[in-house]
Design a binder for this molecule. Structure first.
Ligand code: SAM
Length: 261
């Protein structure tokens, strides 16, 4: 008699993550690749330069945009050490969610943060947005395995999170914003989707600290983050440095007025 029974769906989910691990170009390391849909620029806020290592050469407000982490690195997102190194529990606590909140996890990946948020909004909903269908497939398997009914995976594009207008109470972006190929368009779309007074929680590795062992383009300074968020009409509210390696930055959509395009 088998010691552990594994249902076929759970097995599929495990196999998807294992396959992504086996296919990863360098074990235990973030893989990067071009976004699946490169998209054209609708804004003249970008310039192009010689790409640096792991960079795209596309420059936005003085910052070179990093390459996208490909779905073959999905297992990296679920590495056990993340719980200690990134303290997702503190992130979620600090979001001060109400049980009815509608939350967007933008660049959700495999749902590392999504499922933690879902527990806090039992009467609300989490829209888990990603541009890579393979990431969303892994997430859908998990939703089914766990019988979760308040998470909706959303296939966004590189320019549009594809969220309904005025519908979101809070949006979270963990280790994702720095790789948006069209940050201005994405953020304009997100601001439109936020309710007035809606919050954006931006979590990025601290670029100010060179001792943090993460590729430079995968980090952001607080000053740069503020510059880019306020450029789309968001207001800075707070920065908390309670995480071991990341900034936790809070922005808000003004209750009156519209986003700067
Ligand atoms: C490094 S992973 C982080 C995933 C997740 N936030 C986490 O903390 O585990 C970044 C994710 O952002 C996604 N992404 C990149 N550009 C995006 C965009 N414009 N819109 C939505 N997702 C995007 C990638 O496909 C990838 O899954």
């Amino acid at each position: 008699m088998p010691l552990v029974r594994v249902c076929p769906r759970s097995l599929r989910s495990i196999l998807l993550v294992l396959a992504s691990l086996l296919l990863a170009p360098t074990a235990g390391c973030q893989s990067t690749e071009s976004p699946p849909d490169a998209g054209s620029d609708t804004s003249d806020v970008y310039t192009q330069t010689e790409p640096s290592r792991n960079g795209t050469g596309k420059v936005y407000m003085g910052r070179e945009i990093s390459q996208v982490m490909g779905h073959r690195g999905a297992a990296w997102l679920e590495r056990a050490e993340r719980v200690d190194k990134e303290r997702p529990d503190l992130v979620i606590d600090s979001m001060q969610l109400a049980p009815t909140d509608v939350v967007a996890d933008i660049g959700a990946g495999t749902g590392f943060m999504t499922f933690r948020i879902a527990k806090r909004v039992p009467e609300g909903r989490v829209f888990a947005v990603d541009i890579q269908p393979e990431m969303l497939d892994i997430m859908r398997e998990r939703i089914q395995d766990r019988g979760i009914d308040n998470v909706s995976p959303v296939r966004g594009t590189v320019q549009d999170p594809k969220l309904p207008a005025d519908s979101i109470d809070a949006a979270l972006m963990v280790d994702a914003y720095h790789e948006f190929s069209h940050p201005r368009e994405m953020m304009n779309g997100l601001v439109e989707a936020l309710k007035p007074g809606g919050r954006v929680y931006l979590v990025e590795y601290r670029k100010e600290d060179p001792s943090i062992p993460i590729k430079t383009l995968h980090k952001m300074t607080e000053a740069q983050s503020k510059k880019e968020m306020t450029a789309v009409g968001l207001e800075w509210v707070d920065t908390k440095e309670m995480l071991p390696r990341q900034h936790f930055m809070v922005f808000e959509k003004p209750r009156v007025g519209t986003a700067v395009k």
